[in-house]
Design a protein. Structure first.
Lengths: 459, 415
């Protein structure tokens, strides 16, 4: 069965969720575009958007309408060509409205699995829980086309576990979009030894149509992206503890410091605890739990995340995409405070001079430091980073020491992902971190040598 | 060719800020002033420079598409909001796409020349940030012929029309030289705008403007032969001037030295349903300028300040050729040699032009007249230049559509 035939009947499970709604958006666009091509005029396209949450499902349609409109506005040049033979569609406004209606017309919202009867391609984006996933897919597999392929968006559960748990015989591929799926270009494609080659090929072809950059990963819990991120978090929390012990900082102060260093001095788009909040504190904790269950000899867990999550400090996002408060507090999307577990409230950056004292303790930034945003589009980015990290190596401050240790650990994690067979090469690890996490440089980089060679250590 | 039957003066120029992307105070999602605000600010700005609004006899308001951008028609009736004394006076709205401002100027001038009024307030405005650019392109495409051109036209209708002109000029006169001169035009426009606090590009902080201007064109997302830096931006703003006879100036209490004299104009309109005869020429503009210069009895060498309609960089360059400041196909070298710079042969678009100052479409022609009047009377919003005493004339070209509705005016500095 070719991809176009599969696209005639598609289902998204968990379609009203954060990832599911983005996947549904991408598919509605792709299916509507396919429908408009002359060679597909006899095909009918149906996208079952299924979610147990009725209210969220209603919201999904509003979300999709708004997002489809935005997407159509951006693609107006090719869209006018697509509708060139429709004499009634003259202005951009007419063309955009027609496309949005065409895309919405493929949608079939439902709260029941039965709606997906006959589906040939199933996207799974339900709760990250092994038992529930297996249960739902088992029920669904009795309804869908016997040759249906499953693309699961799990970010941590081994694909083999799902494949064997449901008895899919290799008809499932790990298809890990990054948040938000419609914007992020990275797609981790996870295969197992028993995955059907045709399923992989279908996934690759679809990714190409969705304009995603595919990075292959092997079937080890956490895969590449979370494989790095979760261990990066644990490095951060261990540094928090070290700063508390060696530098007499409170936990909130240490969190502030590590978050700041991991953003500013590592030239990353977000500090590590901001990224934890972006993903969700409980989600991070859950991914670690899954990884621990499936990876022999390694326990990924930290009591800081446990205490935060247990205390209801969860992060995550509002339906609008705005950041919820988590380990950090946010004002206009920017960190404005740190949750102080000892006080049960946020220590605000603006209150008193505690942050400026900590900044002073960290020491001034090494020469050549530029913000992530300034370097993002800079054609001389690599040269500037090399010059900066050269200076970082010889800067004798607490902040520079923390940054050096961070760089070294990040590289160790990246190399371990290759050694463990999760990624086929360091380039793939670097590709995932630069494309999915918007790092300016991969974890396995030559800057680390600059850092370690010049000071003969990491701190 | 008829000549002006009596002296007509232009005074009391006023421009609002050109608001849109690039200005620090602009935020696409926050509420912004509407058309009433701009019409009032510009009109009152002009009136503040005369003794009494009651001495203004008539009014003309220029606008292109308020009916679509702002859902407002009957615009002449908005003018009394400027000042209660305008109520019950003859007020009129004129429209000629992006050349609406120019039409407003000649309408005001002719009203004075007719003897039916001694002074006329001319206001021009557009408030375009009410819709996203992709829908604004639809609205502005109304300056082309809807029935024969819109369906087959590009999503970004007018940028594509001038992309076609850039393509033709590149093929005929060299791609590299044309492209480089377009980038130089952008660079100059922003450098001038940075001298003018009201200009839309006043806050522009791009380090290497020329490099930005050389950004490769992307036909898939925009146009094949122009990039975004080649285009004037979406702007909200208004301008005003007062036209007056000698008696009118006296009644308004305005000294001659605070005015410029209109000494010639050309008003030319071509068939909207026809494509340009030659993509590398602005033939309608050429006729308008020739008529204006003939009426004024001047040639390009007499012009000490020039205001051209650079809705697109290539449009600005072709205007120089159409007006005779350089030969056919020579504008790239003319621009590259800095001859349009403030200290060049023909100081051009001193407050930034449409690309640098902004382009509130229906008001731009009035803005050009206001800039010439203010520069020649020593009160410019932006940089002030020494006008060569042997060149006491200012020339402007206000163009609507793809060189369809064009007005050119020649003003003389009052000695």
């Amino acid at each position: 069965m070719d991809l176009d035939t599969r696209l005639e009947n598609v289902a998204v499970l968990g379609a009203a969720g954060k990832m599911g709604s983005g996947i549904a958006l991408l598919l509605a666009q792709e299916m509507a575009t396919a429908k408009l091509k002359p060679e597909n005029k006899d095909r009918t396209y149906v996208l079952h958007v299924i979610d147990v949450n009725e209210e969220a499902l209603t919201g999904l349609l509003g979300y999709l309408r708004a997002q489809l409109t935005k997407a159509a506005e951006k693609s107006i040049v090719p869209l006018r060509e697509l509708y060139a033979d429709r004499d009634d569609l003259v202005e951009n406004y007419d063309v955009i409205a027609a496309f949005v209606e065409d895309a919405l017309s493929v949608l079939r919202p439902s709260t029941t699995l039965e709606a997906a009867e006959g589906a040939r391609l199933v996207f799974e984006a339900i709760i990250e829980n092994e038992g529930i996933k297996i249960d739902v897919l088992t029920k669904l597999d009795k309804l869908v086309d016997p040759d249906a392929y499953y693309l699961t968006n799990t970010s941590s559960i081994p694909i083999k576990v799902l494949d064997e748990g449901v008895g899919l015989g290799g008809r499932i591929v790990g298809y890990h979009f990054y948040n938000p799926p419609a914007v992020q270009r990275l797609l981790e494609l996870i295969t197992t030894s028993s995955t059907k080659p045709d399923a992989v090929e279908t996934g690759r072809e679809l990714a190409k149509r969705l304009r995603k950059k595919v990075f292959p990963a092997n079937d080890i819990a956490g895969f590449i992206g979370n494989g790095h991120f979760m261990r990066d978090i644990l490095h951060a929390t261990s540094e928090v503890k070290r700063l508390m012990a060696e530098e007499s900082m409170s936990e909130a102060e240490a969190v502030y410091v590590v978050n700041k260093v991991s953003q500013d001095l590592l030239v990353r788009p977000m500090g590590i605890f901001q990224l934890v909040d972006y993903v969700g504190v409980d989600v991070c904790r859950f991914i670690m739990k899954v990884m621990t269950e499936h990876i022999d000899g390694e326990t990924l867990r930290d009591d800081l995340l446990d205490r935060m999550a247990d205390g209801g400090v969860l992060g995550g996002q509002y339906a609008s995409g705005a950041q919820k408060d988590g380990v950090l507090k946010y004002e206009k999307g920017r960190p404005a405070g740190v949750y102080d577990l000892s006080k049960g409230g946020y220590a605000l950056f603006a209150d008193g001079d505690w942050t400026s004292k900590l900044d002073e303790k960290l020491g001034g930034p090494p020469d050549g430091l530029a913000p992530w945003r300034a370097l993002l589009m800079d054609p001389k980015k690599d040269d500037k980073l090399a010059a900066y990290f050269g200076n970082l190596a010889t800067t004798d401050t607490l902040g520079a020491g923390l940054a050096r240790a961070y760089l070294v650990r990040s590289k160790e994690i990246g190399e371990k992902l290759v050694a463990d067979g999760v990624a086929e090469s360091a380039d793939v690890v670097n590709g995932v971190l630069t494309n999915g996490f918007y790092h300016l440089y991969g974890p396995v980089n030559e800057y680390v040598e600059l850092v370690t060679d010049k000071v003969g250590g990491t701190r | 060719m008829k000549n002006l039957t009596k002296p007509v003066y232009v005074t009391a120029g006023y421009n609002t800020i050109s608001l849109g992307t690039g200005r620090k105070e602009f935020h696409p999602k926050k509420p912004r002033p509407g058309i009433e605000h701009y019409i009032k600010e510009a009109g009152q700005g002009a009136i503040a420079q005369v003794n009494d609004a009651a001495n203004i006899d008539e009014g003309v308001v220029s606008n292109f598409m308020a009916a679509r951008f702002n859902k407002q028609g009957n615009l002449a009736a908005v003018m009394p909001m400027i000042d209660p004394s305008l109520e019950y006076k003859p007020l009129v709205r004129v429209e000629g796409a992006c050349g609406s401002g120019g039409l407003g100027l000649v309408t005001a001038a002719k009203t004075v020349l007719s003897g039916m009024a001694d002074s006329v307030l001319a206001v021009g405005f557009e408030v375009q940030n009410t819709v996203k650019a992709v829908y604004g392109a639809d609205i502005l495409a109304g300056a082309g012929h809807y029935v024969t051109q819109r369906k087959s036209g590009h999503a970004y209708f007018f940028p594509a029309k001038f992309s076609d002109r850039a393509c033709a000029a590149s093929e005929k006169f060299g791609a590299e030289r044309t492209r480089e001169a377009m980038a130089r035009w952008y660079e100059r426009a922003v450098l001038n705008a940075r001298q003018c606090p009201k200009a839309q590009e006043y806050h522009n902080s791009i380090e290497d403007l020329y490099a930005a201007g050389m950004t490769p064109c992307n036909a898939n997302a925009f146009c094949g032969h122009i990039n975004v830096y080649d285009c004037s931006k979406v702007s909200d703003g208004a301008s005003a001037v007062i036209f007056a006879s000698e008696e009118g100036l006296d009644r308004l209490g305005v000294d001659r030295k605070d005015a410029v004299e209109l000494v010639g104009y050309g008003q030319v309109v071509a068939d909207i349903s026809k494509d340009p005869e030659d993509q590398t020429k602005l033939t309608t503009s050429a006729r308008a300028v020739a008529n204006a210069m003939e009426m004024a009895g001047v040639t390009p060498k007499d012009i000490g300040m020039l205001e051209v309609h650079d809705c697109f960089t290539i449009g600005g360059m072709l205007s120089l050729e159409a007006a005779g400041f350089c030969g056919y196909g020579e504008s790239p070298d003319f621009v590259a040699a800095g001859k349009t710079a403030p200290d060049g042969e023909v100081p051009t678009n001193l407050s930034g032009g449409l690309i640098g100052y902004g382009h509130y479409t229906g008001g731009t022609g009035v803005r050009q007249a206001a800039d010439i009047a203010m520069q020649f009377t020593g009160k410019p919003d932006g940089q002030s230049i020494e006008i060569d005493s042997s060149k006491p004339y200012g020339l402007m070209i206000s163009m609507g559509g793809n060189d369809r509705t064009v007005v050119s005016c020649v003003f003389r500095k009052v000695q």
